[in-house]
Design a protein around this ligand. Sequence first.
Ligand SMILES: [Zn+2]
Length: 282
Amino acid sequence: MSDSAAAWEAIVDAVAAGGVTVLSGAGLSTESGIPDYRTAAGERRIQPMTAAELLATAEARQRYWARSYVGWPRFAAARPNIGHEAVAQLQRAGLVDTIITQNVDGLHQQAGAHDVIELHGNLDRVVCKACGQHFPRSLIDACFEVLNPDFNRSADAALRPDGDVALDEEQVRTFRMAHCPACGSDLLKPDVVMFGESVPRDLVQQCFDAVENSRSLLVLGSSLAVMSGYRFVRRAAAHDIPVLAITHGWTRGDAELTAKLDAPLGPSLAELVRAVGAPISA
Ligand SMILES: [Zn+2]
């Protein structure tokens, strides 16, 4: 039997046994049009802005929000793909319990999944770092729209993994920054864990609990390059809980993985639903 046939069999057996915790990464959402952070070889495609940079200067916030403003309609228009649908279906069939996701796109929930732990937050919320209030992204977006009626939002630059697009400095300089609707500060930050920030401790503990209580951990579309996700793989391995992965290319966790299938996510997950005999529902 080939390695991939053996990996597939191990994955089917683990999921059919139930008690699965899913850990999903950017690779699950690429089929929805949201690009991945890394190439298949594990190289980083972009150097994301850090939270420290964002909060340091008004210019950095202007740059961040101008790019994000142009990218947002496209990011928000992304819909769950067949992979998200399959995970939700496995959950409805009682085989998947908790879903830990590194993605900030809300696509698991849109596909009907529940018990989703958003490890890195969600781009559809904004937090004011001056007063601590949270706002729906749609509200802040409407503020930007009022302030920037002539700003060209239909740039044809490609959407980037953070949900923004590259803009030239000249265009960035014309962007008018919105202020917090509650306190008037311009310290607005997407309610996501940015590069250089840590995941809140209680959320990490919730994930450790889920992993330790599961029969297996299924990694979907993550290179496990960042510790925020990799630590759950290590925790599972330390508890002799099998770790299975369907992902594309290099992963940092290869040593801990019980089985790894290098294959496209959507079609593989749809096949997995069929293989474990989960009822197909609309
Ligand atoms: Zn505020």
